[in-house]
Design a protein around this ligand. Structure first.
Ligand SMILES: Nc1nc2c(c(=O)[nH]1)N[C@H]1C(S)=C(S)[C@@H](COP(=O)(O)OP(=O)(O)OC[C@H]3O[C@@H](n4cnc5c(=O)[nH]c(N)nc54)[C@H](O)[C@@H]3O)O[C@H]1N2
Ligand SMILES: Nc1nc2c(c(=O)[nH]1)N[C@H]1C(S)=C(S)[C@@H](COP(=O)(O)OP(=O)(O)OC[C@H]3O[C@@H](n4cnc5c(=O)[nH]c(N)nc54)[C@H](O)[C@@H]3O)O[C@H]1N2
Ligand SMILES: [Mo]
Length: 702
């Protein structure tokens, strides 16, 4: 373990850490330890964004860490695939066997028959994208396109603004109109809320644009229950009005954008009436929103993931994100739009990951097509079948779309599966080897953020639970077992942190490891009032400007101008399908869970209750469904069961089931993701979780 933890642990006191989860807030966490045992976690009261509080979930981090079900030794499968029966084994035995099996597969089928599968179980660079990547890159394994969450928006923003940046909670309090557009802030980005509250106390109006009256929408001054997947239409309709009333910022457009005249022409057709018809909102509301947006200063749009998870998700992000370019909202502190702030954080990922070692011609497999990749002889993309799957920081048998296909693949007797985990998850059930990994309290890491501007160091606060090891150490040892002797596999976790910081990004330059050891976190050196796209900004796009017209999109077969792309499963595109499956099923995050993490924490599971299906009273009535009935939702991909909740919180035509649940804790082992599709978004090959049509019926046993 020397290479993983190489500074002494303090046995009693308060240790500075970082919340590792996939959330924009990246909290600075204080871990209270007593005699070598963690007793409490707390949000750092001095951190300007964390402000002394953690969320409902992470408050339970100590409980999760010492959970009776934590994996504490390597485990070898003894039952049938998927049965989830294992026996304990030693690390040497496990690593030797895994190395032998992988070597055999590489020799027979070539190294591309090995597929790594990871996502954001931890957002830490060391435990998430360092030794693991080096291992697979040196081996010559297939590459994984990590598209499940943010790919559509990332690609859209790249073609439009270049780097992903925007106001952070520290600036947002200056805004006087805030649009929460496709985001459930109180659940998924709760540390933005104090800034919203302060803005509101100073007179700001808060508007939620969401098909569901979420707990966030319920707190806003106005809720616009938009039809799913039609956000681009709403933005175009707003622009129509803004140009008609000559409320655009001509000076900003001329100096900083290309193609605005074409946009002004394009939006002429987006009259309030047409916009209303497409979006399901009222024409009067649209006109009023547009005028408010153009006449208030500063205006801030938090545009987030909801709108990305539809076939036209990239175009939707791009179109909505252009509103502040049209009105020049970027000029002021707190004005503009934020998708992500990760563009401010370019660390030395190249040194950590060593993509330069990837053999030329290596294929890439899109993670959201895992079902196809495991069930098609050429993995769906050409080349050898996938013969080995190594999963860490992810739970694909719960979070991936089209789970029926995923399980069919995982059940293959000829697929060798290794899972690094804290718990026996849905995916772990299918493992040949299950390896115990450390949690954030037990390892080092460094964290960027996609919702603010602080770099955060995570110090381990306790010894590893049982025989668990950090991911980095498991891959270090696996590399040794496979005979990979390059010096890169000898770097310690502290070496890796130093390498990450050793970069040419001027925002990061003043931040050293020593400084982070002392303070725990540090703000990027971007000056006081962050207004990245104000006057004088340079845009990291091919033209150096905001690309309202983006010629690169034309080469990808897409409209180079902002446009409305209807959902793939909609009346406009698939009327026959819609007649059979009339409801759009949305499955956004459950308040008490973090994707599929924390689902096994008893207090949180109790608070979330059993899986529910929210339905508008009209939709329930025509199906003879009463509140509390057991219902079955289905389409051609699969089905699942839930308890009906009849409520006006969802608009007609929409059904909602909050996720992500564990299949092994769900009725019949089925969840929402048995119905979702492997289709890719227009940009970035992202997932379309919410572009999903189902029918619902009362099930026996109501
Ligand atoms: N508690 C909790 N917090 C989380 C997570 C979690 O699982 N639990 N997950 C984290 C992760 S990985 C992510 S990516 C983020 C996601 O967090 P958010 O950015 O909030 O995204 P979603 O929750 O996917 O969707 C947000 C809202 O968009 C709405 N929506 C769906 N379709 C549309 C649409 O077409 N248009 C509009 N305008 N709205 C739509 C949904 O009803 C939902 O209320 O949250 C992070 N934070
Ligand atoms: N229907 C539907 N499906 C969705 C979504 C949705 O909104 N609706 N959201 C999607 C989104 S936005 C995302 S980001 C994905 C999330 O998908 P994932 O990134 O797979 O997220 P989790 O479900 O939290 O699974 C992470 C796993 O990593 C493990 N883990 C955590 N830390 C470590 C570590 O240090 N080492 C190891 N070895 N393991 C660790 C945890 O125990 C957990 O089981 O899900 C997607 N799936
Ligand atoms: Mo995500």
């Amino acid at each position: 373990m020397g290479s993983a933890i190489s500074l002494p642990l303090q046995r009693t006191g308060i240790i500075r850490g970082a919340c590792p989860h996939d959330c924009p807030d990246t909290c600075a966490m204080l871990v209270h330890v007593q005699d070598g045992r963690a007793v409490r976690v707390q949000g750092d009261p001095d951190h300007p964004v964390t402000q002394g509080f953690l969320c409902t979930k992470v408050n339970r981090y100590v409980e999760r860490t010492y959970h009776a079900d934590r994996l504490t030794t390597p485990m070898r499968r003894v039952g049938a695939k998927g049965e989830g029966r294992f026996e304990p084994a030693g690390w040497d035995e496990a690593l030797d066997d895994i190395a032998n099996r992988l070597r055999g597969i590489c020799d027979t089928h070539g190294p591309q028959a090995v597929l790594p599968y990871s996502y954001a179980g931890t957002m830490g660079l060391v435990q998430g994208s360092s030794m693991d990547r080096r291992f697979f890159h040196w081996l010559g394994a297939s590459l994984l396109a990590r598209t499940i969450c943010a790919a559509a928006g990332t690609e859209a923003w790249k073609h439009t603004y270049g780097d992903r940046m925007g106001p952070t909670p520290e600036e947002v309090e200056h805004a006087r109109l805030i649009l929460l557009w496709g985001t459930n802030t109180l659940t998924s980005n709760p540390h933005l809320w104090p800034a919203i509250r302060r803005a509101r106390e100073a007179g700001a109006r808060i508007v939620a644009i969401d098909p569901i009256r979420t707990r966030t929408a319920a707190q806003c001054d106005l809720h616009l229950p938009i039809r799913p997947g039609t956000d681009a239409a709403l933005a175009l309709g707003m622009m129509h009005r803004i140009f008609c009333d000559a409320l655009e910022d001509r000076d900003y457009l001329e100096r900083h954008t290309v193609g605005w005249e074409m946009l002004a022409e394009r939006v002429r057709e987006w009259t309030p009436e047409r916009t209303a018809e497409v979006t399901g909102l009222e024409a009067g509301q649209i006109v009023e929103l547009a005028r408010d947006y153009a006449l208030t200063r500063p205006t801030f749009i938090r545009l987030n993931y909801g709108m990305q998870r539809h076939a036209g998700g990239g175009m939707a992000i791009r179109t909505v994100a252009l509103l502040p370019a049209v009105t020049g909202a970027w000029r002021e502190v707190g004005g503009g739009a934020t998708l992500s702030t990760s563009g401010a954080f370019r660390l030395n990922n190249a040194a950590l990951e060593r993509l330069d070692r990837v053999p030329a011609g290596t294929r890439t497999i899109n993670m959201i097509r895992l079902g196809d990749a495991l069930t098609q002889p050429d993995a769906g993309v050409g080349g050898p079948p996938v013969k080995a799957l190594v999963v860490y920081n992810s739970n694909p048998a719960a979070v991936a779309p089209d789970l029926g296909k995923v399980r069919e693949g995982l059940r293959r007797e000829d697929l060798f599966t290794v899972v690094l985990e804290h718990f026996q998850t849905d995916t772990a059930d299918y493992a040949d080897w299950l390896l115990p990994a450390t949690t954030q309290l037990e390892h080092w890491d460094i964290h960027t953020s996609y919702g603010h501007l602080y770099l955060t160091l995570n110090r381990p606060s306790i010894e590893p639970v049982g025989e668990s090891l950090p991911n980095s150490e498991i891959f270090r040892r696996l590399a040794a077992s496979m005979g990979l002797r390059n010096p890169e596999f000898r770097d310690t976790d502290l070496d890796l942190i130093r390498q990450a910081l050793d970069c040419d990004n001027p925002h990061v330059k003043p931040i050293t490891f020593e400084r982070l050891l002392e303070t725990g976190y540090a703000r990027l050196d971007v000056g006081e009032d962050f207004a990245p796209f104000a006057d004088g900004a340079r845009f990291n796009t091919p033209s150096g400007k905001i690309q309202i017209y983006a010629p690169e999109l034309e080469r990808l077969g897409l409209d180079p101008l902002p446009t409305y792309t209807p959902p793939a499963e909609s009346m406009e595109t698939a009327p026959e399908l819609v007649r059979r499956f009339p409801l759009t099923l949305l499955s956004p995050p459950e308040h008490q869970f973090m994707n599929s993490t924390f689902v096994n924490i008893p207090a949180l599971n109790r608070a979330a209750g059993e899986a529910r299906l929210l339905l508008h009273p009209n939709e329930a009535a025509v199906r003879g469904i009463a509140d509390g009935d057991r219902v079955r939702s289905w389409n051609d991909r699969g089905h699942f069961f839930a308890r009906a909740a009849v409520t006006e919180d969802v608009r007609p035509g929409v059904a909602v089931s909050y996720g992500v649940r564990w299949a092994r804790l769900s009725e019949a082992g089925l969840t929402v993701n048995d119905t979702t599709s492997q289709r890719e978004t227009d940009m970035g090959g992202g997932a379309v979780f919410y572009d999903n049509r189902v029918e619902v019926e009362a099930a026996a046993g109501s």
